[in-house]
Write a protein that binds this ligand. Structure first.
Ligand code: GLP
Length: 246
């Protein structure tokens, strides 16, 4: 895995936005996989700035979000769909029909997950998948535990993840859904290029384990070690536990 360390989250976001813009210039039909969370917000701000400067055109790009809460309305302001609209899609020219999401309240969760996998296959797979990192080592909503699920599935959230997401729900833990739909580990590892973005000291322990620890379902991000084209983009705070050799 290649590791990039930047002095601040903003600098990492700026360079990554430039990198994504270049990838879109090279392939205007790029299929992008996107995360939610606090970490990618500066990245989305930089992408919007590049769009305003006409440095990038998203009109033929397709996006697939990694995950969505289960059981809340899609237009609920707390949904990941609404989050993406606020932070990215309202500010750039991705065509609404090319913005793909898992439905948060599908009639049948199993068929919804299958539909998503099919849509991904039909789009030709993900060219560039940007990932955040849960402080507990999760990616998407693939939580640490005894097992991992290969494909898009309905997932139960751990208490730690529900606490980490509580700010979206007015800091009321009881309001945070206990389930979500998420791409699975094989869906994630099927992306041609993966960029994991982690900033802040809260992520330092997971970053160290994902890079240097054993591959284990207790640290879902460690499975990225199996992928031939992964980059880990960090700020100094997230990199504090790595040797200076990195
Ligand atoms: C949520 C998302 C993850 C994301 C994680 C980290 O749980 N499902 O995809 O990576 O939050 O969030 P943050 O960037 O706010 O630390």
């Amino acid at each position: 895995m290649r590791i990039w360390i930047f002095s601040t989250p903003k600098q990492a976001a700026r360079v990554l936005a430039g990198d994504i813009a270049r990838a879109i210039v090279e392939n205007p039909r790029l299929v992008l996989g996107l995360p939610t969370g606090r970490t990618p917000i500066p990245l989305y701000r930089e992408l919007a700035a590049l769009y305003r400067k006409r440095a990038v055109d998203f009109s033929r790009v397709t996006t697939f979000n990694l995950d969505e809460f289960f059981g809340i309305d899609g237009d609920d302001p707390r949904s990941y769909r609404a989050f993406m609209q606020r932070h990215l899609f309202a500010h750039v020219n991705v065509k609404p029909r090319r913005i793909r999401f898992l439905e948060s309240r599908p009639p049948d969760a199993g068929s919804e997950c299958e539909r998503y996998e099919q849509a991904l296959r039909r789009a030709g797979g993900i060219d560039l998948l940007v990932l955040g990192l849960g402080a507990n080592g999760h990616i998407g909503f693939n939580e640490p535990g005894r097992i991992l699920v290969a494909r898009t599935h309905r997932a139960t959230l751990t208490a730690a993840t529900r606490r980490a997401n509580a700010s979206l729900f007015g800091n009321v833990l009881a309001s945070v859904p206990s389930e979500a739909l998420s791409m699975g580990m094989a869906t994630i590892l099927g992306a041609r290029r993966i960029v994991l973005l982690a900033t802040g000291q809260r992520k330092a322990r997971s970053v160290e384990r994902l890079l240097n620890g054993p591959i284990t379902t207790r640290m879902p991000a460690s499975f990225l070690q199996l992928h031939p084209n992964v980059e880990v983009w960090l700020d100094r705070a997230a990199a504090v536990r790595l040797d200076s050799g990195h």
